[in-house]
Design a binder for this molecule. Structure first.
Ligand code: ZN
Length: 438
């Protein structure tokens, strides 16, 4: 998409960019939410035999479909493949190198290898990069980048991730809430009446606070003592009102978020979401938020001490500590694992050198994965896994499909523990730990 600076005002360009971002969001859903009705309908109609990224844009389709293809172009410019088994990724055209500036191979295409996939660069036996082949095909810098992509021994899908957010997920900036009034302004829809009360235009303030159908939700929060007759005309005034009266602004934020979330659920799914559930869900989310924050605070308070004051696991159990280190000069990373019993005695330890991955988070995740494999190799089926790298622990404790650059590394290791049936993750005071139980 190109803009002629002489014919478009900057405001129009901004609107067009927001519009692109929303279209890209649709395309992103088609890539990642394959089971949704939205995706199944479009797939059956427009790309029955391939993925949306490969769908031909010459298909004559509806207005919606051509819009989605426009969104796909936005994704194509920014999204990057996270290499799993490599079978979905084209070597020459897809963005798969871990470089924000040059994610596509720049070395000359080798004739007769046009259709080469990334899986063809991986030794099928060792499941490692075929270094000789890489050196024959690519520049020195590209070989280094490719060697820094960690590979797994088990089968993992390739995944399209968004490298500009820490979660790897594509998000649209929240200032462009797609309430109906904004959509009408952008000429996406014709009329902007609120679906719930059917009496006024759906502005952000209306959708979150003003709508008469939300009275029950707001009135059931005695902590805020908010009633609709209180005088606030804008979101800012509302927040100020709560703040000035010394009430819990976090609770307000959580309720606003829950109201917004409910509105979107009602629009996109057939699920029932009674308005009476809003304050209950919001308070629960807030409690979880506070608990998580408490842990982080405790952790940062005791972090330096915690490293010294290692505490042994309960009787008959084992504690598996892991850590990663990078050695940039030799382009290697070290993975360390130590396993101790309840008397604090060292039962087993391991240190291993691997090719330097492109970020230190990945080193830490590889150490965690190695620790899980190692504990199983020596026959432990119940142990406490302990590490102090928050992003990695968070990812280990989550059941969601992670889009982070190391999500697949941890998922593969966690998958092997499923045969041991139950995984629970109690939080200890000194370090966030997780417990794998037989
Ligand atoms: Zn309304």
């Amino acid at each position: 998409m190109s803009f002629e600076p002489t014919t478009y005002t900057s405001k129009e360009i901004t609107l067009a960019l927001i519009n692109d971002a929303l279209l890209a969001k649709q395309a992103w859903r088609l890539v990642h939410h394959k089971e949704s009705l939205f995706c199944r309908v479009f797939k059956a109609k427009f790309f029955p035999h391939c993925s949306i990224m490969e769908a031909s844009d010459t298909t004559l389709g509806s207005y919606a479909w051509s819009s989605i293809l426009k969104g796909r172009d936005v994704l194509n410019k920014g999204a990057r493949w996270r290499v799993g088994c490599g079978e979905s990724i084209g070597v020459w055209n897809d963005a798969w190198l871990p470089s924000l500036g040059y994610p596509r191979v720049l070395s000359n295409l080798v004739t007769s290898l046009e259709d080469m996939k990334v899986i063809d660069l991986i030794d099928p036996v060792s499941k490692q990069w075929d270094e000789g082949l890489l050196q024959g095909l690519f520049s020195f810098q590209e070989v280094e980048l490719i060697m820094s992509i960690p590979l797994r021994r088990t089968y993992i899908d390739d995944k399209l991730i968004w490298p500009y957010t820490s979660s790897g997920n594509y998000t649209v900036k929240s200032e462009a809430l797609p309430v109906k009034r904004n959509l009408r302004r952008r000429k996406i829809i014709e009329e902007d009446t609120c679906d719930h009360c059917k009496s006024s235009a759906e502005s952000e303030f209306h959708a979150l606070w003003e709508c008469s159908t939300l009275v029950l939700a707001w009135n059931s929060v005695p902590e805020l003592w908010l009633h609709h007759d209180q005088n606030a005309q804008t979101m800012l005034e509302l927040i100020k009102l709560i703040h000035d009266e010394g009430k819990d602004v976090n609770l307000l934020a959580m309720i606003l978020w829950t109201v917004w979330n409910r509105r979107n659920k009602l629009r996109t799914t057939n699920e029932d979401y009674p308005v009476s559930q809003v304050s209950i869900n919001a308070k629960q989310a807030l409690t979880e938020y506070h608990q998580a924050n408490q842990v982080v605070t405790l952790q940062s308070l005791v972090r330096t001490r915690a490293r010294v004051n290692w505490s042994p696991p309960p009787a008959e159990n084992f504690k598996v500590n892991f850590d990663g280190a990078t050695f940039k000069e030799i382009r290697m990373a070290g993975l360390g694992v130590m396993i101790r019993n309840s008397l604090g005695q060292l039962i087993a330890s391991l240190s291993e050198l691997v090719n330097l991955p492109y970020s230190s988070d990945i080193v830490e995740a590889m150490a965690a994965a190695r620790a899980i494999y190692f504990a199983q190799e020596i026959g432990l089926n119940s142990f406490i896994l302990e590490g102090d790298f928050e992003a990695v622990i968070k990812c280990l404790r989550s059941d969601d499909d992670s889009f982070s650059p190391f999500g697949h590394t941890l998922a593969a290791a966690k998958a092997t523990t499923e045969t041991y049936c139950c995984i629970s993750f109690p939080i200890f005071v000194d370090l966030v730990t997780l417990l794998l139980t037989a």
